[in-house]
Design a protein around this ligand. Structure first.
Ligand code: ATP
Length: 281
């Protein structure tokens, strides 16, 4: 057995940079609050280090940073996705406001948390079912049986996801017969149908063409009038266009969190500036 140090751990300990800048206190209402969050994968690797960050109610928060900095890891803490794999471990808290409920606390049921915090992934992943049944799925899991209620919720979710007009005449058709962009809006409708408290989007447009991307971006902005959105994106123009707050991460730490316009025009941390000007990452 060798004692070669883990490359990732070495990177984490050689960062001689200025320390992270803690987020300032927000005046606007919060929908969630991460406090002193540490996250360890089953192999013992610490992917998040003492992250504290607010999520504003009905705003879009973008998570940006170089590959491997922990954006997806943080996103997946909000809905307990990590619990699907044994051995992963959280420390700290993810508080849902205004309830004050700790989503990673011992009393929180990960299955229920996943029903309450919706998620959409990089690649559209509709179920091999009809368009209608894709959107109805979350409601059925929640035990809704009344057909009229489901019909109404399906239509509302498809309208909110800006895809109703394109699919209203073929709700029984297969979701697989839709274009990639339509499938992604269907996945957003599926996530919206159970009325999630927060919608998590993990690089939702990276597999889409520019026109489909623009539609999803418009949709996210429209949705944020009544849903809180957290989006991971590699596309800095996208973060600048659609988010109200931006969190810049680096090797598992939250380096800077601020109004998006401030992050992209006058960042306070040298690492943020180096990243947004394309000097690393
Ligand atoms: N299942 C896992 N087990 C161990 N380490 C992991 C696991 N998944 C991710 N990691 C590590 O955790 C760190 C953060 O990964 P994460 O996927 O959150 O980064 P990211 O910022 O979302 O990256 P990208 O932009 O490339 O998607 C990386 O060093 C990665 O190698």
């Amino acid at each position: 057995m060798t004692n070669m140090p883990d490359k990732r751990a070495a990177e984490a300990t050689t960062d001689a940079d200025q320390p992270p800048i803690p987020p300032r206190k927000e005046k606007a209402p919060l929908r969630a609050r991460v406090e002193n969050l540490n996250f360890y994968y089953a192999d013992g690797f610490q992917a998040l280090r003492n992250v504290s960050m607010p999520i504003l109610d009905r705003q879009v928060t973008a998570l940006i940073g170089p590959s491997g900095c922990g954006k997806s890891t943080l996103l997946r803490c909000y809905n307990r996705m990590h619990d699907l794999y044994p051995g992963n471990r959280y420390e700290g808290s993810v508080i849902l406001e205004p309830e004050g409920e700790n989503l990673i606390g011992p009393d929180a049921d990960p299955v229920l948390v996943r029903l309450r915090i919706g998620m959409v992934f990089q690649k559209p992943n509709p179920f091999p079912k009809s368009i209608y049944e894709n959107v109805a799925a979350g409601l059925r899991v929640r035990g809704v049986r009344n057909r009229a209620l489901i019909d109404e919720a399906v239509e509302t979710a498809l309208r909110r996801a800006a895809i109703w007009d394109e699919v209203k005449d073929r709700l029984d058709g297969s979701a697989y017969d839709m274009s990639g962009g339509q499938q992604q809006r269907l996945c957003i409708a599926r996530a919206l149908a159970p009325n999630p408290e927060i919608l998590l989007l993990d690089e939702p447009t990276s597999a889409l063409d520019p026109i489909a991307t623009a539609k999803v971006e418009d949709l996210v902005q429209e949705l944020s009038k009544d849903v809180t959105v957290v989006i991971v994106t590699h596309n800095m123009q996208q973060a600048a266009r659609i988010s109200n707050r931006t969190a810049f991460m680096h090797i598992g730490q939250l380096m800077e969190f601020d109004e998006t316009s401030k992050i992209f025009t006058n960042p306070s941390h040298p690492r943020t500036e180096a990243y947004i000007t394309g000097r690393y990452g």
